[in-house]
Design a protein around this ligand. Structure first.
Ligand SMILES: *Cc1c(COP(=O)(O)O)cnc(C)c1O
Length: 413
């Protein structure tokens, strides 16, 4: 079967809730993926940062397979050895007292919303059903009905109402707006330290530090969604560390599963997570031993291979090179660690299609931005390889050109 055949099958029988690039991947290793025709590409998306450790990392694979042979599921009706060890590993790595395991990022965000609400009623003394959560414009926290209720992207919302009440939107990076929207019923400020889906949007220096201070002053929980920004992506273990703050609640996911398995978690101290009583909240698969063993290996690889440091050093090298590109279509190059946004003056999609033909996989985000976020195991030589192609495409590709001519223009090897 060819790429075309697979795409036809997918279009025929699959729901069309995504618009993927026309590449059908069959296998992968490290930063490289191979399609069904045997062509190789460098992955510069890393599954939205779920693959920080690279594809099919041998150590995570080994832990995953060994655990799969031993024990995969107990449900939380019984305890399992791997979950207990994951609790300990995460406590030692992050310093937070406790964690609550879930599967997908959205579930962990939902968990944090529930924790903040119940905390506000039982600890802060907010009157029942009056809790408010403040969220930022341009946020991305997932796709469930409650989460899209506080999205500001019309496409994520339209057609899916009625929406969950209790959410207030403030401008991202605007500290006065945040200040003005806090009331005695505010339970939490839920924020991404850097907005990934919005196009690697970095708030002004000092914003998070000031937000943390204001939250503390008003007895409001600061909840950091580190699902994409965390576990090394931004050049720190957590992106909030760039501002030297310590949120009350941290949500992680994506790379916690090492690219093998959906694993997410909410980290917090006892004063917050102890509001959950048996039966308050749960998940059949959350904290299962296969997930826990995989996450433990995924965390070990981040530490042992110094992926945080790699992200910081190689990220600044990549960023510096990308900033040398001279193209009238390139408006801004911004980033932290191996997490870079190229802001264009026209839709990014056609650029991503041409980049794919050149062997570099990227995906447009928020229409005008190309996000560059390779696995953190990428080498300097591989960055140079990708840079050469990105530079060529950005300096030769004219967005108005017809697709047929476009190909000839960039395939000038
Ligand atoms: C991906 C993501 C989520 C949602 O995670 P899923 O596993 O797709 O449910 C939430 N928040 C942020 C910041 C994300 O990047």
């Amino acid at each position: 079967m060819t790429t075309r055949d697979y795409i036809e099958l997918e279009e025929l029988y699959g729901a069309h809730n995504y618009h993927p690039l026309d590449i059908v991947i069959q296998k992968a290793e490290g930063v490289w993926v191979t399609d069904v025709e045997g062509r190789k590409y460098l992955d510069c998306l890393a599954s939205y940062s779920a693959l920080n450790q690279g594809h099919c990392h041998p150590k995570i694979l080994q832990a995953f397979v060994e655990q799969a042979k031993r024990l995969t599921l107990t449900s939380r009706a019984f305890r399992n050895d791997q979950l207990a060890l994951l609790y300990k590993d995460l406590h030692e790595l992050t310093g937070y007292d406790m964690m609550l395991p879930m599967n997908t990022g959205s579930e962990a965000v939902e968990t944090a919303v529930k924790a903040a609400r119940k905390w506000s009623y039982t600890v802060k003394g907010v009157p029942e059903n009056k809790a408010e959560l403040i969220c930022a414009e341009g946020n991305f926290h997932g796709r469930t009905t409650t989460i899209i209720s506080f999205s500001t992207d019309p496409q994520y919302r339209e057609g899916f109402g009625p929406y969950t009440p209790g959410f207030v939107i403030v401008r991202y990076g605007d500290i006065d707006d945040l200040k003005s929207r806090i009331t005695k019923n505010t339970a939490a400020f839920l924020v991404e330290p850097i907005q990934g889906e919005s196009g690697v949007v970095i708030p002004p220096d000092g914003y998070l530090k000031e937000a943390a201070r204001i939250c503390k002053e008003n007895n409001v929980l600061l909840v950091a969604d580190e699902i994409q920004s965390g576990l090394g992506r931004s050049g720190k273990l957590f992106a909030f560390e760039h501002e030297g703050i310590r949120p009350d609640v941290v949500i992680i996911g994506k790379a916690l599963g090492g690219g093998f398995y959906p694993v997410s978690a909410v980290l917090a101290n006892k004063d917050v997570l102890e509001i959950f009583r048996p039966g308050d909240h749960g998940s059949t698969f959350g904290g299962n031993p296969l997930a826990a063993a995989t996450a433990r290996a995924a965390l070990r690889v981040i530490v042992e291979e110094k992926l945080v440091e790699r992200s910081r050093e190689l990220g600044s090298y990549f960023l510096q090179r990308l900033r040398t590109i001279k193209s009238p279509h390139l408006k801004q190059v911004r980033g932290r660690g191996l997490w870079i946004g190229l802001v264009l003056d026209s839709p990014a999609r056609p650029y991503c299609e041409v980049l794919k033909d050149e062997g570099v996989l990227c995906k447009e985000t928020h229409e005008y931005v190309i996000r560059i976020a390779p696995p953190l195991v990428i080498t300097k030589r591989e960055i140079d390889w990708a840079f050469e192609r990105i530079e060529r495409v950005l300096t030769t590709f004219e967005p108005k050109t017809a697709p047929a001519e476009r190909k000839g223009l960039v395939w000038q090897k």
